[in-house]
Design a protein around this ligand. Structure first.
Ligand SMILES: NC(=O)c1ccc[n+]([C@@H]2O[C@H](COP(=O)([O-])OP(=O)(O)OC[C@H]3O[C@@H](n4cnc5c(N)ncnc54)[C@H](O)[C@@H]3O)[C@@H](O)[C@H]2O)c1
Length: 258
């Protein structure tokens, strides 16, 4: 262990961190990295086998984790679970919200059914809002907290034929900006992250024309890796991220330079 103070700032020793979407892709990778830096990680997902595997990987490497199945688009269940976790663990140091799904792709906006539209917003935006509402009272009480909301380049630039996803992720970016100003005096930072295309299962059902469009926009000429995204998330969720809030971090291989 280093005595370097910068190292102490990225350490999660003694912390309790919630990672949603930990059953796959970016969330799974972030959960493992944050656990390796000392946190007890609560791995949340719809997908039981995914979070069981994530917890298994963490515990086999000497870390601490537990798995909880939750649909983040169920407001009551989100509120009840976070309250229970807060009282069981006595604290929640960071929320890393990676749960999400793209919904319809390759369809013009007027072709998308309202139920499909609504579901994408319920998961990617409302779920993020409810998780934030649930953790903030706990973080305010402890005068410390880090919230990481995984948005998307789609929320900054808009991808054609992905209207519900663009809407939800842009809403999330706006949500983060205002809430950050509300909680800045409470020792809490809340930031969004806007990845371009990352090599995870989320893209398996994406229409080929939409995926080709998104990849063609990346100057690095390749997809990002979940481990690359996990590094920036681990910074955003750590003590080190103390004076940046309301911001949308970029991880886009050069697609966005703002
Ligand atoms: N991979 C990309 O290209 C990319 C790009 C930009 C943004 N993102 C965002 O990154 C986040 C992580 O995506 P990923 O690439 O790791 O995808 P992934 O499909 O590998 O993982 C997403 C996880 O979220 C879970 N999930 C979905 N809906 C849920 C719900 N209602 N409640 C609880 N869990 C739910 C899924 O079961 C899955 O395990 C998402 O918010 C996604 O929108 C991904």
């Amino acid at each position: 262990m280093s005595n370097n103070s910068a190292f102490q700032e990225i350490s999660y020793a003694g912390q309790v961190v919630i990672v949603t979407g930990a059953g796959s892709g970016i969330g799974k990778s972030a959960a493992q990295l944050i656990a390796s830096r000392g946190a007890k990680v609560i791995c949340i997902d719809l997908n039981q086998s995914g979070i069981d595997e994530c917890v298994d990987l963490i515990t086999k490497s000497g870390g601490a984790a537990e798995a909880v199945v939750l649909d983040i688009s169920n407001q009551k269940n989100v509120m009840d679970l976070i309250a229970t976790l807060g009282s069981t663990h006595k604290r929640i140091d960071a929320l890393v919200n990676c749960a999400g799904y793209p919904g319809p792709t390759g369809k013009f906006v007027e072709e998308i059914t309202w139920s499909d539209y609504q579901k994408v917003i319920e998961v990617n935006l409302f779920g993020a809002i409810w998780l934030t509402q649930a953790v903030l009272p706990i973080m305010k009480k402890q005068k410390y907290g880090r919230i990481v909301q995984v948005a998307s380049i789609a929320g900054k630039e808009g991808n054609p034929k992905m209207a519900p996803y663009n809407t939800a992720k842009a809403g999330l970016i706006g949500f983060v900006k205002g809430v950050a100003k509300e909680v800045a005096v409470d020792g809490i930072t809340i930031n969004a992250l806007a990845p371009a295309v990352i090599a995870t299962p989320i893209n398996v059902n994406t229409a080929k024309e939409t995926l080709d469009y998104m990849i063609s926009k990346i100057p690095a000429g390749r997809l990002g890796e979940p481990s690359e995204v996990a590094e920036i998330i681990a910074f955003m969720g750590s003590k080190a991220c103390s004076f940046t809030t309301g911001f949308t971090f970029d991880i886009s291989g050069g697609r966005a330079t703002y």
